[in-house]
Design a protein. Structure first.
Length: 498
């Protein structure tokens, strides 16, 4: 172990957030050891802006709670740790770990519980990569370096601590972390790891809970280096484990969305990981729509059913939360409405809560070469910057175009005219409804045919997500068939449940 002077490595208190300093100081004053560890130290050494700071201490989670009181929440069962809230910041505080006991691992060697407390020396070897295993004590200006981490930082090397097979078996998520850090830092992946990053190993990701994999996917999408990461996911055959229904290929649309996402992060803007899921799953969604239509479902029924099916299958890999599912389906379902809006619907559409995301999606598709958008991505792009008068004019122009298209269609029924013609004489005001509302209406009006067709296709597609231990929830499952009761407002207020 070597002790480095932090200021010689480019670190100083001035670069830290007040919250992490308060956590370290409070723990020290309560008589515990405490260090900054992980990405905060690594990124500061590299001159990067850490996304957050993590702390580690010899205090147990309950001692941390006693120290911080109501500002502390204990989370996690497999890996218990404390979240300490200081102002608007949250600091993750872990307790030194000892090696896991044999009984706490699965048959495949995965660690099921990692809550044996230990010493700092035991803790460093439990961390994933050497560059993540430095312990910075800001109040003393020291860094403990147990495994030549500083050299690996200087040489830009990603080295896993310990035997790669054992460490990946213990926690397959480390394979995702290697690729994420390789993409983010541009570091070279150590030969010992590369040798074992093979499909027989990546398939272990199927053992990991879909909730944890969703969290990891969120980190991957929001690390600002998706463009570099996606080819790595494909090269090391991790992609198939995470996105089973998406062909392992970075299409122009996916690439554009990745560039866009990375750019937003560099500009300090927020990103919604659900948007990137909507992009990734767009092709499987369209294929599913076609398949359902071929089986006799109407366009609207096919779209509704396809959205549910594709997300339900993805949830077997990464558990996308409900609110994100709604977001994704709204973005998908708004595509035809943006491509061929009813004239009177245009102003309302542009103020719809999901308009911005759905428009971004459409615009990306169009810029990635989609022609079935009929130039409406550009139309909406320009529309948004117009004055109220100008908006009225372009809407009128759009309406005249619709009329012309309809006349052409009537004169020559075989002619291929822009999709927008179909809404021409539906002039009545349309109240925009959310996907949730539509889904509710759909559920109650869904013909048994839709459910039967979807179930038939489900069984034919089963091979793609053939998890013997988990049964796919098919369209006949009570969850899928569940109907929500519509309750009047007064009944809700009175607490009656009809
Ligand atoms: P960033 O926060 O920038 O994504 P990080 O390295 O700080 O990167 P965290 O997920 O915040 O990553 O974890 C903090 C530290 O905890 C890591 O640096 C590493 O030392 C340790 N760690 C996290 N996940 C694992 C894991 N799966 N196996 C072993 N150690 C881990
Ligand atoms: Mg971190």
């Amino acid at each position: 172990m070597q002790t480095l002077r932090a200021s010689d490595c480019g670190l100083s208190i001035a670069l830290l957030s007040p919250a992490i300093l308060e956590v370290i100081d409070t723990l020290n004053k309560a008589g515990y050891e405490a260090y900054i560890v992980g990405g905060g130290v690594r990124d500061l050494m590299l001159g990067l802006h850490p996304k957050d700071f993590d702390a580690v201490t010899n205090a147990t989670p309950s001692q941390i709670r006693d120290t911080f009181g109501r500002r502390c929440r204990i989370i996690g069962r497999r890996f218990e740790l404390a979240h300490v809230f200081i102002g608007r910041e949250m600091i993750e505080v872990a307790t030194f770990r000892a090696p896991p006991k044999k009984a706490q691992t699965s048959a495949m060697g995965m660690v099921l519980r990692d809550n044996a407390w230990g010493t700092i020396k035991q803790d460093f070897s439990r961390r994933d990569f050497s560059i993540n295993a430095m312990y910075y004590q800001p109040l003393k200006d020291t860094i403990f370096d147990f495994c030549h981490s500083y050299d690996d930082i200087k040489q830009q090397k990603l080295k896993l601590l310990g035997d790669p097979v054992q460490r990946f078996e213990e926690d397959p998520v480390r394979m995702l972390r290697v690729l994420r850090f390789a993409a983010k830092l541009g570091f070279e992946i150590d030969e010992a790891m590369l040798k074992v990053l093979v499909p027989e190993m990546t398939v272990l990701l199927r053992e990991v809970s879909p909730h944890r994999l969703y969290d990891e996917s969120q980190k991957m999408f929001s690390a600002g280096h998706l463009t570099e990461l996606l080819p790595l996911l494909i090269e090391y055959q991790v992609w198939q484990q995470l996105f089973a229904d998406v062909p392992p290929h970075v299409s122009t649309f996916i690439e554009r969305a990745a560039i866009n996402t990375d750019q937003r992060i560099k500009q300090g803007k927020s990103i919604n990981p659900a948007f990137f899921y909507a992009v990734l799953l767009w092709e499987p969604y369209l294929e599913r729509v076609e398949l359902l239509k071929e089986k006799g479902l109407s366009d609207v029924d096919a779209r509704t059913q396809a959205g549910m099916d594709v997300l339900r299958r993805q949830a077997l890999r990464t558990a996308i939360p409900r609110y994100s599912e709604h977001f994704i389906r709204e973005v998908w379902e708004m595509q035809p409405r943006l491509i061929s809006p009813r004239t009177r619907q245009i102003p309302a559409l542009s103020t719809h809560a999901r308009f911005r995301a759905a428009y971004d999606f459409l615009y990306l598709r169009e810029n990635a070469g989609a022609t079935d958008t009929h130039g409406m991505g550009q139309w909406w792009h320009e529309y948004q910057d117009l004055s109220t008068d100008q908006k009225e004019k372009v809407i009128q122009k759009y309406n005249r175009q619709l009329i012309r298209d309809k006349r052409k269609q009537q004169a020559n029924p075989d002619a291929i005219v822009n999709d927008v013609k179909v809404h021409m004489d539906d002039g009545d005001d349309v109240v925009l409804s959310t996907v949730a509302e539509q889904a509710r209406k759909k559920r109650s009006s869904f013909s048994s045919k839709s459910a039967r067709v979807a179930a038939e296709i489900d069984s034919s597609l089963e091979h793609a997500v053939n998890r013997p231990d988990k049964k796919v929830v098919d369209a006949n499952h009570p969850i899928t068939r569940r109907r929500r009761k519509v309750r009047e407002q007064f009944q809700v207020e009175m607490g009656r449940s009809t």
